[in-house]
Design a protein around this ligand. Structure first.
Ligand code: LMR
Length: 330
């Protein structure tokens, strides 16, 4: 990871062995919107345990999951900037209203594999996108992958891009996602994650896109009739801290956070693949939702139909980023 290279520590850190009194304890409040049994939920817990262990409990990461503290990522981002909480890990799409270049991750079929996503974020693309965050006093600590997004809807089956025509979808707040669906004649609404189930159940929207672990853990599959395994989009997270808060932490604590983050990032990379696969099996067992897997030929049709989105991205952000993008596909 980009920042790990800068801060890598050689020396073993030691913290006072004495029991830490509560008044001495540093509490880092980490808020997120997903369930605990998801890639992000597990990675946050793993990170918290590591920090506590490595600092002999001098630093405690207090976790607020399921949007219990701040109902959605936008509110949590504002709370982070005000210093009410210290860490968040929103989906990259949630940052795009402030940092439009981050729409890169929303491009259709942008990463062919999980490895490609991680390589991109460890390379020049990541370096550039992370550097933008500093303008808003944000410290980007890591990029985490959840995985590929799939399509669910009450109207289906969905095999060709035209099968979505006339539908209404919930999307994350990204203009690029809106543009992508507009190309397919799909109306979109940007609805917070934790209101999505209700919007599907009440037929405010017909369908949505998300990873299998989110579709399973938030029970979207129970209020949807069709699931298409399309792998058409990628869901990644950016782990953020308030930069002023980061700067006032001691170097020792900063290094513990960096090391723990590195371990949690490795963990989520492995765990997300496993959890998404497991979620598909659970959905099959637990419902009679109709599941369709796009064939390679059908996938190609989606790729072609969505290609114009790339052109609009390139014209908005220049060809430096898009050239990097084409390297991913070489
Ligand atoms: C969403 O809004 O669908 C995602 O941000 C949920 C997540 O995984 O954080």
């Amino acid at each position: 990871m980009l920042i790990f290279k800068i801060f890598q520590a050689e020396d073993e850190l030691t913290f006072d062995d004495e029991q830490v009194g509560l008044e001495d304890q540093i509490v880092i409040r980490f808020s997120h919107v997903v369930a605990e049994n998801t890639p992000k939920g597990l990675a946050v817990q793993y990170f918290a345990d590591l920090v506590s262990e490595k600092t002999d409990n001098k630093v405690k990461v207090e976790i607020f999951s399921n949007g219990n503290l701040y109902a959605n990522d936008e509110e949590a981002l504002q709370a982070l900037k005000r210093g009410e909480i210290q860490m968040i890990a929103p989906a990259t799409s949630k940052l795009t209203p402030s940092f439009p270049e981050w729409q890169f991750v929303d491009l259709p079929f942008v990463f062919p594999t999980y490895e490609a996503a991680n390589e991109a974020f460890n390379g020049e693309i990541g370096q550039y996108l992370f550097s933008l965050l500093e303008y808003d006093h944000l410290k980007g600590l890591s990029f985490w992958s959840n995985g590929f997004k799939q399509i669910t809807s009450n109207i289906g089956p969905i095999q060709t891009p035209r099968d979505l025509s006339g539908q209404h979808f919930r999307i994350m707040p990204s203009k690029l996602l809106k543009k992508q669906y507009a190309l397919l004649d799909v109306k979109t609404s940007m609805i917070p994650f934790n209101l999505t189930y209700q919007s599907l159940e009440d037929h405010i929207v017909d369908g949505t896109e998300n990873t299998l672990s989110n579709i399973y853990s938030k029970k979207f599959y129970r209020v949807q009739d069709h699931l298409t395994i399309s792998n058409h989009g990628f869901l990644g997270y950016i782990v953020l801290m308030n930069n002023d808060y980061w700067n006032q932490l001691s170097t020792d604590i900063q290094m513990v956070i960096i090391e723990s983050m590195e371990e949690a990032s490795e963990m989520i990379q492995k765990k997300s693949i496993e959890l998404n696969e497991q979620s598909l099996e659970n959905i099959k067992k637990d419902s009679d939702i109709e599941i369709y897997q796009l064939t390679e030929k059908e996938k190609q049709q989606w790729v072609e139909e969505l290609q114009p989105v790339y052109g609009s991205y390139e014209s908005e952000f220049g060809n430096n980023l898009t050239n990097e993008l084409y390297k991913i596909h070489e």
